[in-house]
Design a protein around this ligand. Structure first.
Ligand code: FAD
Length: 808
């Protein structure tokens, strides 16, 4: 039994203790600086609105898990969750369209929702003025959580299992020896710990500082107001019986509180609070998480509130607070063990909405070695060094606060803290009119205005996008795609993967244990392989290049995967992992003329017939040292070239010059992605994630079951024997003028059978193409399916195995 210390007895700390106990952990201590359990943290005054549907599957699932858990936790006969439903109302046609899209996403994630007319909205909540409403999204299973009641019950259970709760006890320091936590210093003495879980809410950054780990969150005050009693609710005796309301067009939300209304507003300017400014419990009249109300910030929201709920006019405002809670640079929680300090775990920046789900997944992660849900998007290690400065994450978190109720397009870009990382060719890309998006801090060209003239050349093949799909899109993307196939494209792949060098005594054995296929390959050979976690879910598909007997160059998806690899190295091992990402850059020459271009650069070194697909060589292009990898991409040839950052600009210029006679163009990431989807290649995080095993997503050819051991092997054998839960399957849309965007529900007759992962356009078929994760029954029985897009169904045909093979 590990000695586990949890810092913070808010809803997150108590949920985590509860689930750890449920999973048999019996040596748990919870330390809380405030009183138990109305501690003065954010949980103490959260109004508890639960809108489960989030923009990601993981947040939606964490919310559904929380609702299920809270429903089971009644306190002295009073429920911890009121299933009163929710209504999200639209003031514009654009918002209504977005609600239809959200209704589709909800179906993909298995949630029941209804798009209602204005009249139906008013029937659900008679206080609503439906005159200016276009419609609403109704989610019957949403409602109001009572986190303090749930906390009380969860703590009661934990205590019965032996967990000790210490109130009025402040954690003042943490002892770390050899990068491993050892103990917690508190105002009441020292507590030994093998594992510490930081559930300190917006105080998290202060705890992180004790161990040198950045907890990149910004506390922000947010206005919540109580109205006086409404005549219309005069006879009401229940705390809440009406659906909660979200009005995103005015960035506000509403709930009934007995005879009055609770009103939350995100409309006001962001009100960031420094952790150092936060009072201690008892120091001020209000709780530490409450700042004085600023009425001037509520003037316009109050007007909007009366417009939406006219009965508020007569009632007026009773009181308000500026309550503090946490925001992060990407709006997602911060979960998991820090890669810097073993045994230091975080469960931070979590709403009540996701709290019990987080507690459950954290417990599974700690006890089983992996959570059931894929938590990549929430992993605390997802931020590279570029994102560790307060200057970066504070600005970004504030921007997130301001946009929290905006319509979120998948390609919408952050505006603050840009230009954090640029590749050596950035200035060339700018002069070619690159349209940049940010990826892991890198400015990554999406397409180039310099290629505008190609649109006319390929016009008759380009499918014009409409509506939602036309936003953040340009026909140049399609022209770059088509031109690459015929001639060649020069792609900046600096941001696409992380570059690691794994070397030293035992490097081969380490990689053999880490991956599912053999890594004992000849020097100069490349292999694609999988890393599985302990429960056989896919952590990543990686590329390993052996550059010397004990040195391997590894390309993995991102910071989370890189940190996971590092964590697998045993403490006593002599294996060295160096992250070369910042010091190296990458360029890909892709397309029909790619090999001719390479050959024109060096007719000795780049003779196509002397290279096998999947071969790598170190050498020079002119005087630029490169690691060159030859393989195929999107059904055409690809030369991937890596060099040090100081040589990158030169490499760009040399390749561009050599490619000129072959009509090479600089092309952007969207064309690269389009080529990938068209050729049915898979991408980690998009088409599969750690909830899936290789048999479910068609990556079992990368598994060698004859290998004596690898991480997750036994679990994989078990999962193989049990059969797949889902199967990744390509579909072609029947209507040649249709494309979808991803995450739409797929129907088998009238039943939701799964959802779309990647979506694009297959030029060689002249049709929209998607991958979908479908139920095995559907895959075995049905070939005609339909995809719901903005509330309408479009038929799609499942591709047969032979069609897929011929296509790839
Ligand atoms: P907290 O409840 O803050 O708990 C952290 C605990 O750690 C505190 O009790 C603190 O005292 C303790 N601690 C910190 N440092 C130390 C230390 N050094 N030693 C010992 N103990 C320490 N969420 C929703 O889902 N729906 C809503 O409708 C909603 N509305 C909100 C409205 C307002 C006005 C506010 C402020 C928040 C709202 N939230 C809502 C957000 C939600 O309340 C929080 O995200 C959630 O309660 C955070 O829970 P927690 O356990 O992480 O943090």
């Amino acid at each position: 039994q590990k000695k586990i210390v949890i810092i913070g007895a808010g809803v997150v700390g108590c949920s985590t203790a509860y689930y750890l106990n449920k999973m048999g952990q019996r040596n748990i201590t919870v330390i809380e600086q405030g009183p138990l359990f109305e501690t003065g943290g954010s949980t103490s005054h959260a109004p508890g609105l639960v809108f489960q549907l989030g923009f990601s599957k993981v947040l939606t699932t964490l919310a559904s898990q929380t609702v299920e858990a809270f429903k089971e936790l009644s306190h002295e006969g009073q429920p911890s969750f009121y299933s009163v439903g929710s209504l999200e109302v639209a003031n514009t046609q654009e918002r209504l369209d977005d609600l239809k899209r959200k209704a589709g996403v909800a179906k993909s994630w298995g949630m029941e929702t209804f798009v209602l007319s204005p009249e139906e909205c008013a029937q659900k909540n008679p206080l609503l003025n439906s005159d200016n409403i276009y419609g609403g999204l109704y989610v019957p299973s949403d409602g109001i959580a009572k986190p303090l009641r749930a906390v009380d019950q969860m703590a009661h259970f934990s205590k019965s299992c032996g967990t000790k709760f210490y109130g009025h006890t402040e954690v003042t320091d943490i002892e770390v020896v050899d990068d491993q936590v050892k103990s917690v210093e508190t105002s009441a003495g020292r507590f030994e710990a093998d594992l510490i879980i930081c559930c300190a809410g917006f105080w998290g950054p202060r705890i992180g500082e004790m161990v040198g780990v950045t907890i990149p969150l910004q506390p922000i005050a947010h206005q919540y107001v109580f109205s006086n009693d409404l005549q219309e609710l005069g006879a009401e005796t229940e705390e809440v019986s009406m659906p909660i309301i979200r009005h995103q067009d005015s960035a506000m939300y509403y709930r009934q509180v007995f005879n009055g209304i609770g009103i939350g507003s995100y409309q006001h300017r962001a009100l960031p609070v420094e952790v150092s400014e936060i009072t201690k419990y008892g120091e001020a009249k209000e709780m530490p998480s409450v700042k004085p109300f600023t009425p001037e910030d509520f003037e316009k929201p109050w007007e909007d509130a009366q417009e939406l709920i006219p009965a508020l006019k007569q009632a007026g405002v009773k009181r308000g607070i500026n309550g503090i809670f946490s925001f992060t640079p990407d709006g997602m929680p911060l979960l998991g063990e820090s890669q810097k300090v073993r045994g230091f775990w975080a469960a931070e920046a979590i709403w009540v909405t996701h709290s019990a789900g987080v507690g459950k997944e954290m417990a599974e992660w700690i006890v089983n070695g992996a959570p059931t849900l894929d938590l990549e998007l929430c992993d605390i290690n997802r931020f590279d060094t570029y994102a560790q400065s307060p200057a970066y994450y504070k600005k970004r978190s504030i921007e997130n606060y301001e946009k929290v109720y905006d319509i979120h397009h998948p390609f919408m870009q952050p505006e603050s803290s840009r230009d954090m990382r640029v590749s050596p060719y950035y200035m060339r890309q700018q002069s070619l009119g690159a349209y940049f998006n940010e990826k892991s801090g890198w400015e990554q060209p999406q397409w180039f205005e310099a290629n505008d003239s190609l649109v006319a050349t390929y016009e008759k093949n380009i499918l014009e996008r409409k509506g939602w799909a036309a936003q953040y899109w340009s026909p140049i993307i399609e022209a770059e795609h088509l031109h690459t196939r015929q001639y060649a494209g020069l792609y900046d792949v600096t941001a696409v993967k992380k570059r690691l060098e794994i070397s030293g005594e035992g490097a081969l054995e380490f990689l053999q244990h880490l991956t599912t296929s053999t890594i004992d390959i000849p020097i100069g050979q490349v292999t694609s392989t999988l890393m599985l976690h302990e429960l056989a879910g896919i952590k990543d598909e990686i590329k390993v290049i052996r550059t010397a007997a004990s040195t391997f160059f590894v390309l993995c998806t991102g910071a989370v995967e890189a940190s996971w690899i590092k964590k697998q190295v045993p403490v006593s091992s002599r294996v060295v992992i160096q992250d070369l990402t910042n010091g190296m850059c990458g360029l890909s020459v892709i397309g029909g003329k790619a090999s001719e271009i390479m050959n024109s650069l060096d007719s000795q070194a780049f003779v196509k017939s002397e290279w096998e697909i999947g071969q790598a060589k170190e050498g020079f292009i002119g005087n630029v040292p490169v690691l060159a990898v030859y393989d195929s991409y999107g059904g055409t040839e690809r030369w991937e070239l890596f060099t040090t950052s100081d040589q990158g600009l030169k490499l760009w210029d040399v390749l561009f010059e050599a490619g000129r006679p072959y009509q090479i163009i600089a092309a952007g990431d969207r064309a690269l992605e389009s080529l990938r989807i068209e050729s049915l290649s898979l991408r980690n995080g998009k088409d599969f994630w750690s909830e899936h095993n290789p048999y479910e997503v068609g990556l079992d050819h990368l598994v060698d079951l004859n290998k004596p051991t690898f991480i997750g092997k036994q679990a994989l054998l078990d999962r193989k024997a049990n059969g797949p839960n889902l199967l990744l399957t390509p579909l072609l849309l029947d209507d040649p003028s249709m494309v979808v965007m991803g995450y739409e529900p797929v129907f088998d007759e009238d039943k939701v059978a799964g959802f779309v992962t990647s979506a694009g356009y297959a030029y060689n078929f002249g049709k929209g193409i998607v991958y979908a994760l479908l139920s095995p029954e559907t895959v075995h029985k049905s070939s005609q399916l339909s995809i719901e897009y903005f509330g309408k169904r479009y038929t799609a045909t499942r591709m047969t195995q032979s069609a897929v093979r011929a296509h790839q």
